[in-house]
Design a protein around this ligand. Structure first.
Ligand SMILES: *[C@@H]1O[C@H](CO)[C@@H](O)[C@H](O)[C@H]1NC(C)=O
Ligand SMILES: *[C@@H]1O[C@H](CO)[C@@H](O)[C@H](O)[C@H]1NC(C)=O
Ligand SMILES: *[C@@H]1O[C@H](CO)[C@@H](O)[C@H](O)[C@H]1NC(C)=O
Ligand SMILES: *[C@@H]1O[C@H](CO)[C@@H](O)[C@H](O)[C@H]1NC(C)=O
Length: 579
């Protein structure tokens, strides 16, 4: 296989910490004193040595063991190392040892020894180099949310290593880290190898384990929406899954029970009954927030992971108005908030509704400056879930008085001695709490209160009146209203004119009465005179009365009309009389 034919030389990069051993010119220097290498790889134990002038080296060798006679055993003569060791030539006093195709049993301390032609001319470089040979093993660590496969060694490999992970014979990771996180699926096989080393790859088969990997540790989603909580599971080959159940931590809900336990038709199971399962919950409610876990049953056993499942949080939306109350012209920010960050939309765009109508799309509503027209009921929704809107929140915008105006009652010309009431009205929020009345060219205020009554009005009251409305947010003066006081004399004069006219009519009618009396006989004269006398209930009399009370010219016109009606009759009479 490709894995096995990979290069076979481990190049050990060594710290340049030279370890010099010895005295008086005798020394052995190992470039590194401790090496960790993989089984099957090749190592060089770098070494150099010195000895005093005048000596000639006759023998050099490496050893790990001492024989029964307390002699060091030359590695080259050790049957365990046959074909695995090479001494580099002694030129340049280089004593490097190469060991190929490492075996686990080669873990030992390696020491270099040399002997010269002189008496006592021998030297061993203690302490030697410690070699640890390790093989690869796959460790499966099931964390809460995934499976971590670690290509482990018993010692830390010397130098930089690249760990390669294969999933079903394809490279899925090549990294300096020996760990690989994965969704473990039943059909998967994983292999691990170290790049460049002819060391057997080790494999792990998901099929050997009972395991569950939830696709999410946490899910945050909107109230009213739907969610899929899913996982992959594995189990030893030979088992057949007969049932998968999702349950809430604490109380166990078997699938049919969930359907009848308040979830109604909101729960659905999806999955292939072989390697994955999904719990689908629709029309989510806040009380669905819980930790959901799976367990499954095979034809041979029940299995239930002990580690946590998926924690579901169902959030509603809430409009927050900052500041809570605002005065026109200030700045107000409306934000739409959730209790958790939405899993499928961490940075949502919100749709804003004002009084039930879509106004805008934005993260937050920034009203600067805010106007009284912005006041209203606001709610928000997440784009894509426009139908799931928040409860409404009312934005109240306070403002100082606007549109301050004065009205008068009764309207029209005011007669001396009568009363008149002025009323101030204004649009303000909060409502106006102080009204002050002024008369133009009069410094001090005339009155306070929304209405101002002037009783027994006199001509000096004539003038322009205005009011000031205040509400703690501001104040505003109305435009002035002119009050004209009509003098009483005017009405007396009018009455006099009226009386004169009536008298005139009576005088003009006199010949008519005379004629009438002549035509029907004298006995009726008394009755006729009585009918001519103004009846206190007659229209004419009433009209005159009204005229004194009110200066309406209409009334005067009526009086004139009735007299002019009479006149033509009088005009016609003289001709009759002449006849
Ligand atoms: C080994 O790794 C270290 C740290 O990642 C790096 O600085 C160094 O260059 C590497 N050495 C080689 C020979 O790749
Ligand atoms: C959940 O799964 C169903 C069926 O596969 C799919 O139609 C739906 O879109 C999924 N819903 C979500 C919120 O992912
Ligand atoms: C004053 O009131 C009138 C009628 O109610 C309205 O049309 C007008 O817009 C208001 N003016 C202001 C400044 O509010
Ligand atoms: C209203 O008129 C009064 C009296 O003239 C004055 O003191 C006040 O400042 C005016 N208010 C406003 C808002 O103009």
């Amino acid at each position: 296989m490709a894995l096995r034919t990979a290069g076979s030389v481990l190049v050990v990069f060594l710290w340049s910490v030279a370890v010099v051993l010895g005295q008086y010119g005798w020394s052995v220097t190992y470039t590194t004193q401790s090496i960790c290498a993989l089984k099957g790889s090749t190592v060089d134990l770098s070494c150099s040595y010195t000895y005093p002038r005048g000596h000639k080296v006759t023998t050099t060798f490496w050893f790990t063991k001492i024989d029964a006679l307390e002699n060091d055993v030359n590695l080259r003569d050790d049957p365990d190392y046959k074909g695995h060791v090479t001494y580099r030539s002694d030129k340049n006093k280089d004593c490097t040892l190469k060991i190929t195709d490492l075996r686990l049993s080669y873990s030992a301390e390696y020491t270099f020894r040399f002997i010269t032609d002189q008496e006592g001319g021998k030297y061993s470089g203690y302490p030697g180099v410690t070699l640890s040979v390790t093989d690869l093993q796959v460790k499966v660590t099931t964390t809460w949310w995934s499976t971590t496969l670690t290509c482990s060694t018993t010692c830390t490999l010397t130098g930089n290593s690249t760990y390669i992970w294969y999933r079903n014979s394809k490279i899925v990771q090549a990294a300096s880290s020996p760990s690989y996180s994965v969704y473990f699926k039943t059909e998967d096989s994983f292999y691990c190898a170290v790049k460049g080393i002819n060391s057997p790859a080790v494999s792990v088969r998901a099929q050997s384990y009972f395991h569950v990997t939830y696709t999410h540790q946490r899910i945050c989603t909107l109230k009213g929406s739907s969610v899929n909580i899913s996982c992959f599971y594995t189990y030893p080959s030979g088992h057949t899954v007969s049932e998968t159940n999702w349950y809430i931590k604490g109380k166990l809900h078997e699938a049919p029970q969930i359907l009848s336990l308040g979830y109604g038709g909101r729960v659905e199971y999806l999955g292939n009954m072989q390697s994955d399962s999904t719990l689908r919950i629709t029309d989510l409610r806040e009380e669905d927030s819980a930790e959901y876990k799976i367990r499954f049953r095979t034809d041979q056993t029940n299995w239930e992971p002990t580690f946590p499942g998926t924690t579901l949080t169902v959030t509603g939306l809430q409009v927050k108005v900052t500041p809570a109350t605002v005065t026109e012209g200030q700045t107000v920010i409306l934000t739409c908030s959730t209790t958790c960050t939405l899993t499928d939309n961490p940075n949502p765009t919100y749709i804003w509704y004002k009084n039930g109508h879509v106004t805008t799309q934005s993260n937050s509503l920034f009203l600067k400056p805010v106007s009284s027209e912005d006041a209203g009921r606001y709610s928000c929704a997440v784009e894509g879930h426009e139908d799931l809107y928040s409860p409404e929140e009312t934005l109240t915008v306070t403002y100082g008085p606007k549109n301050t105006s004065v009205s008068v009652s009764p309207s029209g010309e005011i007669v001396e001695g009568s009363s008149v009431t002025l009323t101030c009205s204004s649009d303000a929020n909060p409502p106006v709490d102080k009204y002050t009345w002024y008369k133009k060219n009069v410094a001090s205020p005339k009155a306070s209160g929304q209405s101002y009554s002037i009783t027994n009005i006199i001509s000096e009251d004539r003038g322009e009146y205005y009011c000031e409305a205040q509400n703690g947010r501001g104040s505003m003066n109305s435009t002035a209203l002119m009050i004209i006081v009509a003098e009483k004399q005017t009405s007396v004069l009018t009455a006099a004119v009226g009386i004169t006219v009536v008298v005139l009519v009576l005088i003009l009618c006199l010949p008519c009465f005379m004629w009438f009396r002549r035509s029907i006989g004298g006995s009726d004269v008394t009755a006729d005179t009585q009918s001519v006398h103004p009846d206190p209930n007659s229209d004419t009399y009433t009209a005159l009365n009204m005229k004194t009370r009110s200066p309406e010219y209409d009334t005067l016109a009526n009086v004139r009309d009735s007299s002019s009606d009479t006149v033509p009759q009088i005009d016609a009479e003289p001709s009759d009389y002449e006849n």
